[in-house]
Design a protein around this ligand. Sequence first.
Ligand SMILES: [Zn+2]
Length: 105
Amino acid sequence: MSRPEERPRLADVFPEIAAEIVRLLRKDDASLAETVHELRYYGHCLCRPGCQAVLTAPAGSAGTAVCQLEDDGEYMIWLSLDPAGNTITDVEAWGDPPWSQSTDQ
Ligand SMILES: [Zn+2]
């Protein structure tokens, strides 16, 4: 496995989503919002066929906490957090997330 700093940043791969997460997260968890620009992109979640999540931590890092971000925009975003609740481990979006075009349906 390559080291985390060799991974692309989520903010570089999906700038729109990263910006949207920061914008929505600032309303309820500003300290978590601060971490978004440092998140790395670990590829699509392969937990089940058609899963719309992308990983921002190695697979299996997620705890049970989920942070739901909702907006009147075109998509809704769910963030999974690690067991300590201070790291976003994956990002799942419904609606028309920018990465939906690249998944096999
Ligand atoms: Zn998944």
